[in-house]
Ligand binder design. Sequence first.
Ligand code: AMP
Ligand code: MG
Length: 534
Amino acid sequence: MSSAFPTIDQTSFQNSFVEELRGDTSNLNRPRQVPGYHYSRVEPTPVQDPRLLAWSDDLAAFLGLAKPTERGSAVDALAGNLVTGSMKPFAARYGGHQFGSWAGQLGDGRAISLGEVTATDGTFWEIQLKGAGPTPYSRRADGRAVLRSSLREFLCSEAMHHLGVPTTRALSLVGTGDLVVRDMFYNGNPQAEPGAIVARVAPTFVRFGNFQMMASAGELDNLRALADYVIRRYYPELGEPTGPEVYVRWFEEICRRTAVMIAYWMSVGFVHGVMNTDNMSILGLTIDYGPYGWLEPYDPDWTPNTTDFGSRRYAYGQQPNVGLWNLWQLARALAHLVPDPELLRPGLDLYSSTFEQTRHEMMLHKLGLTSQNPEEDKALFEALHEALAGAEVDMTLFFRHLSHAAPAVLRHPASADTAWPELLAAAAYSTSPEEEQSLTQWLHRYLLRLQQETAAPEAIRERMLSANPKYVLRNYLAQQAIEAAEAGNLSVLERLMQVLKTPFAEQPEHEDLAAKRPDWAREKPGCATLSCSS
Ligand code: AMP
Ligand code: MG
């Protein structure tokens, strides 16, 4: 089947971003400010020996692209070594708030977009090479990416997609054959690591920071042109951007999508790790996978990002607040497009109400409940989060085991005496008798609530299993795939890709990938702690 499809080097690209927006065409590829422009045209810098390491069959089938051979012109295109006639590569200019402070111009310092391909459903998808070499936005860095961070981005984007979380995608992981020097924990230990390039895919990679950049530079024509481009192309349901009311409704829709995205993160235990405004997609997609992590013990204060250990600004439990703060910053930029900034306030309110409502619905789903008394249920959910946070319980395992245990106890209430301790033993890393007691009390309370449901236990179980994944990209699993890949063995990566395609299915032969985090991974760099160095 797929052989009927062209490979990427045989595909024709569209270039809407380049053609519809203002481009710096000076061809001066050295770090600099680029006032007045949306992007710079820049060619990727070739690498030594590009070789295909991983490929997303699923995304490729959707895009209508054939899998490349390990080496050859298709992989050359995915590595930036071959720029075909229809590609017009560019790096976008954006700014952003990093850890709460305005950082000025950032931009695509190592990501270069090739243009857009047409998917099998007729929609357009931008293909962007991350790690493709320096651009005018590289500042003091090298424009490259290492294998470990590229593999993490590749695996996690696809895993998130299969979990149903709005996200950018990843088509390929290519080893460059070059070494890249990184001081992984910024502690004076630079090492040469294998380089890699991910081909990321999304309708567009425009971020909040693109608008902030134009507003902060006082480039209001550019601000409006970018807004109109994004609305016409990605929010056509809003109609022609002819007046302020369209910008207002657009902002509301961005707020709504961002709320839904973060509700999903909370539901599956994903911690982005670096929610700077330059890492917030204007389409409400999870973007820029860096020092992200998955909650193992449920802990609202947990962040994987060592750079954030001081303030824990981007910890799991902070993500909903940070989403709102980031939307405030976007509103400040978009305020230039409307006569009164107050017109944007309903969008921010919509963010909060959408988040609350979506989170609530997702919790109902995770617990096999249908909406009855929202206030009582809210209290039930809060009590669970408190009991989980007070103990050391694996979030994914808790909900997954509960999906089996709760319907069984519903059928035979007397079995609770054995089922609840078994559940806690399966999910807890360690608990004191008091912690265990508060969790057991919650389970009893939950059982009473579950008994008000009319659905059969089997139906409740099915419902819960479809909301509580068995397989997530546990931090140590990604690290094992990295260590194997660095040693030339891609089988761990391939197995993870396969299993994470159906994260809600039991897949008993892969039970070991659903296991509790082993003790050795508790404090290990790459498993428990990650830096922005990538
Ligand atoms: P991030 O923290 O990955 O979102 O990156 C923040 C900014 O730093 C963006 O403008 C990136 O393009 C830039 N950046 C990160 N790493 C590199 C690199 N190795 N070379 C050039 N620019 C980089
Ligand atoms: Mg970024």
